[in-house]
Ligand binder design. Structure first.
Ligand SMILES: [Zn+2]
Ligand SMILES: [Zn+2]
Length: 77
């Protein structure tokens, strides 16, 4: 007997709607990500987190180091 009831929903979605890519949702803030890796990164560094990188020259705080670097280059040259 072949049962179709136990196919994962994701696979069914892909078959009928080929444009949609599988996505990963953060259960806390409902942001969507294309890959598990991006979601993990979001949850580790962004979701419900206070900005961790503080500008030594002003009140600016960034969640990512590259954002702080961008700020430093733009504002405190
Ligand atoms: Zn989140
Ligand atoms: Zn600054």
């Amino acid at each position: 007997m072949i049962s179709t009831l136990h196919h994962p929903i994701l696979v069914e979605t892909c078959r009928f709607l080929p444009i949609q890519y599988p996505h990963y949702r953060c259960g806390v803030c409902w942001r969507k990500y294309k890959s598990q890796k991006n979601l993990n990164q979001h949850q580790r560094y962004e979701c419900q987190k206070e900005p961790q990188f503080c500008c030594p020259y002003c009140q600016y705080k960034a969640k990512h180091k590259f954002n702080l670097n961008k700020h430093l280059k733009r504002i405190h040259v």
